[in-house]
Design a protein around this ligand. Structure first.
Ligand code: ADP
Ligand code: MG
Length: 604
């Protein structure tokens, strides 16, 4: 008899095709497809069909040869993610111009008093000034005026330009001075004030104005004033050029935005946490209240919206009232978002602190009978609803060579991170936690400022390199790799992804160090955190040290660095952990589908 185990996941539908001969089972092939629709809904049929067709084709069979499908009693977990900025930089009087014009002029640092360019004639020799050039002054004229002043002995230390003329002016000057251009609201630049301009060499970023002590030494600030300038310095990090102007009343504030409140309900108590307290405070509340009974967010905020949205989705799927749906877990992670500085004059952006949240709901039961009926109708193969997903996953994971009971598995998926522990006598304890592959994508996307979700997925999956010459690239670990044939010229001097033997250039503003740091941090903050949380909830007496072996399965266990990060951390607890290799051939995928087949023969 030919049967197929079918695992309908939130992201992926997987099939294990096998031939049963009495007690003997022979696996024929595996199939995979994206899940269509939300898990547990009749729209899943298309994905099931694709995955089945994929498997039968590989086994040289046709769909009609399959006599029985086994789908799992899917754990009804749905997760969703959202983000909330919790700080905002506001400039109440213009004190800072920090932006990245494409082509600032000149290079270096200059300090002087801001004056309109027309007043250069009135300056006396030795006076140190920074000229402000509005858009009605032509670059030729501007250069002439500056050169004339320089020859008179006026110390022109820099220029702030409204148009995109920085380079044109710089090329016509007798002395090299730093020039910041494209300052749109030039009329807001305060005049008669001490200012500092910094322009870095191409390929470098500014060093003095992005450092609070740098600003302090330029302007002779007291320690109290230095404290107040920190948000300015922070907003300027990573720029090629910047201006900081010292105004008597100028003030830059970093303000906390009320981001809403999470109400976390435990079995006997309810706790409220303000989102602006950050991830650590939220997670210590969640862990302190575990297991959660429910959670709510302030209406009208992102948190409120996030929680309402996932409750509604689950209500739709299960046909229950959304007031009956309960939040079972929350993962909060600190992150950064790029936001426009309020009160800035050249569209400055600043990295603001934010909190990313993943939340998960579990309803009593997904309507899998409906899905089963629909599959029978449309595909014409009898369907059996088999055991619990976590048990199936353990059965499948145990086909990894070298494993035996007791064993724990970590299922690293897209929406949730699951753990299950099976004891020597086959009892299983399992847990589902919010936050997995999709949350990693969200963190990478927002921290790098990339909206294209396919590109974000690629940045997660592939290492980066820098093309250093037409015949060589530098890899993340610093080693150089040479090529016989010249590389594609459009990759030259670019940071690229090493995707399946090809070089895929990334947006030019991204440095290799930044991509690597953001990517690894995102993975660690989600998967290492959740691996520890999940294992401690299934471990005997809540003690991870009492677990001997952990097998990692699921799509995110294919990651080129996540399993190593988790193994390294677990090694500190004396736990041996590794990526699963289902049936010795499938890698970390197909555990649940394989378990569904095996549980059928075990039953007989
Ligand atoms: P589910 O069981 O919820 O359907 P999967 O086990 O299919 O989920 O895992 C889906 C997740 O795996 C997605 O977040 C996807 O980005 C991630 N993933 C798939 N392949 C890779 C890979 N090669 N490297 C890193 N992550 C991967
Ligand atoms: Mg899964």
């Amino acid at each position: 008899m030919i049967i197929a185990g079918v695992d309908i996941g939130n992201n992926t539908t997987e099939v294990a095709l096998a031939k049963l001969d009495g007690d003997e089972v022979r696996f024929l092939a595996s199939g995979i497809s994206s899940t269509t629709g939300i898990k547990g809904t009749p729209q899943n049929v298309e994905g099931v069909r694709h995955a089945l067709e994929d498997a039968v084709r590989k086994a040289n069979l046709i769909l009609k040869d399959v006599e029985l499908l086994r789908i799992n009693e899917a754990t009804p977990v749905i997760s969703d993610i959202a983000m909330e900025a919790i700080t905002e930089t506001i400039i109440t009087e213009s004190t800072m111009i920090g932006h990245n014009p494409a082509t600032p002029g000149g290079v270096g640092m200059g300090v002087g008093v801001t004056i309109p360019i027309f007043e250069l004639e009135k300056c006396s020799p030795g006076e140190e000034v920074i000229v402000v050039i509005p858009k009605n002054v032509d670059y030729e004229d501007a250069a002439k005026m500056i050169n004339r002043a320089l020859s008179k002995g006026v110390e022109v230390r820099g220029a702030i330009v409204q148009k995109d003329d920085g380079v044109l002016i710089a090329n016509r000057l007798e002395r090299k001075i730093p020039i910041v251009d494209e300052v749109k609201q030039i009329e807001k630049v305060p005049l008669g004030m001490l200012a500092c301009i910094e322009v870095a060499e191409p390929g470098y970023t500014i060093k003095t104005l992005s450092n609070p002590y740098g600003i302090a030494s330029v302007f002779n600030l007291t320690s109290e004033e230095t404290k107040n300038i920190v948000p300015v310095a922070r907003a300027l990090i990573g720029n090629r050029s910047a201006v900081v102007i010292k105004t008597p009343k100028g003030e830059v504030q970093e303000r906390k935005i009320p981001a809403g409140t999470l109400i976390i309900k435990g079995e006997n108590r309810t706790l409220t946490v303000d989102i602006e307290e950050g991830a650590e405070a939220i997670m210590s509340a969640v862990e302190g209240m575990w297991p959660l009974v429910d959670a709510e967010g302030t209406p009208g905020t992102n948190v409120g919206g996030l929680i309402a949205r996932i409750k509604e989705t689950m209500a739709d799927v299960t046909g229950q009232e959304s007031s009956n749906i309960r939040i079972q877990d929350i993962l909060a992670v600190d992150t950064l978002v790029q936001q426009k500085v309020r009160g800035g004059i050249a569209e400055e952006f600043s990295s603001e602190d934010a909190v990313a949240l993943a939340a998960m709901v579990k309803s009593s039961k997904l309507p899998m009978e409906k899905v089963a009926q629909k599959i029978e109708q449309e595909i014409g193969i009898p369907v059996e609803i088999a055991g619990i997903e976590a048990n199936m996953a353990v059965l499948g994971a145990l086909t990894t060579p070298g494993t035996e009971l007791p064993v724990a598995i970590l299922d690293l998926g897209g929406g949730s991170t699951d753990a299950a522990l099976m004891t020597k006598n086959g009892e299983v304890r399992s847990v589902h936690l919010a936050g997995a592959g999709e949350m990693v994508n969200m963190l990478i996307g927002t921290e790098l400022g990339i909206e294209d979700k396919y590109l974000v997925e690629d940045i997660k999956k592939y290492p980066v390199c820098k093309v250093e010459s037409l015949f060589s690239i530098r890899l993340e670990d610093g080693t150089v790799r040479f090529f016989e044939e010249p590389l594609d010229p459009k990759t030259f001097a670019r940071v690229c992804l090493l995707k399946e033997g090809e070089l895929l250039p990334l947006p030019p503003q991204l440095s290799m160090e930044k991509v690597v740091a953001v990517r690894r941090n995102a993975k660690r903050k989600v998967f290492v955190t959740n691996a520890l949380r999940a294992l401690s909830k299934v471990a005997p007496a809540g003690n991870i040290r009492l677990i001997d072996f952990v097998v990692m399965v699921g799509g995110s266990a294919l990651d080129f660095e996540v399993p190593e990060m988790i193994s390294d951390t677990l090694a500190g607890y004396g736990v041996v952990a590794g990526r699963g290799n289902i049936r010795g051939t499938e890698g970390p995928r197909n555990a649940v589908a394989t378990g569904l087949v095996l549980s059928r023969c075990k039953r007989k």
